[in-house]
Design a protein around this ligand. Sequence first.
Ligand SMILES: [Zn+2]
Ligand SMILES: [Zn+2]
Length: 346
Amino acid sequence: MSAGVLYGAKDLRVQQFAVPGLSPGMVLLRVRRVGICGSDMHYFQHGCCGSFVPSRPFIPGHEFTADVAAVAADVRAPAVGARVTVNPARACGVCDYCKAGRGNLCRRTIMLGSASTTPPTDGAFAEFVTVRADQCHDLPLLMDDGVGALMEPLAVALQAVKRAGAVAGKRVLVTGGGPVGLLVMLVARAFGATPVALSDVVADRRHVALKLHADAVLDPAAEHFPERVREITGDGFDLIFEASGAPKALRQAFDLVRPGGTIVQIGTLGTDDVPLPANHLMVHEIQFIGSFRYGNVFDEAIRLVTGGRIHLDPLVSEVFSLAQVPQAMHRALAKDDVIKVQVQVS
Ligand SMILES: [Zn+2]
Ligand SMILES: [Zn+2]
């Protein structure tokens, strides 16, 4: 099969690769459409993703739509021929976290298209990929391949909003207008938050957020930023989703959240150690919580879209072919004016 194989920084080669074999419990998928995620861009740009350094060349990619090409003898679902999207995080299924329904915290998770384990796990910038049967989620006929490949980042957003608790009627700010930030904005709106504002230092991204019906967009570097926040909220936001990964945005969130409010960290920060105003947090009973990947939210994500609560078509900026994966990566890296770049494999 053809696959985009990453050899190192800026060295992604489209070449022939062995079709993965089927073992018990697994299904073989023929990839249709795959999206480029921030982590894929990290691997492409630096040859690694934070502390995840691949021990051999590997195939990235984990946001995708596929057809089921074959299933192992012991697999009852999905059916051969079904069109599915995939939860790329394969938790062990038997540990205490998995049993408690918190599989996103499972220590034995194998992530598709990732070097989080050694050796790395080959992903979906390929004609074929294997996953465990229970990682597959059937897609409705009417959902197109591009939107199907957005179910993974939508699941990230959905998980974050669920971590925050009830959001209906809350004043919400999303910091960072990348794909996940925009998706959090859309989910919060769908769940009844109002107003929902988005902040980003990049004008193009604020513009996109407005097109996606943000109630307000904010430039955190603007001179009158604090006045704008007061205009929108009175004395601050009930809930802030930090989706930029910028230490400055996180620090600022503590000034923008109301007493008793909540800050949810979704963005990955470039460093582990960021000074926090702990006394301010204590005195105002601010909750600061994390959200990682997704729980069992894929089917709910699919329903939100098919039910018309969230419209994702505008998020797909450009589609390349598998032979053009390196170009697609370069395009995604020029990210100010693109939201989601995808690759049509078959
Ligand atoms: Zn992703
Ligand atoms: Zn587990």
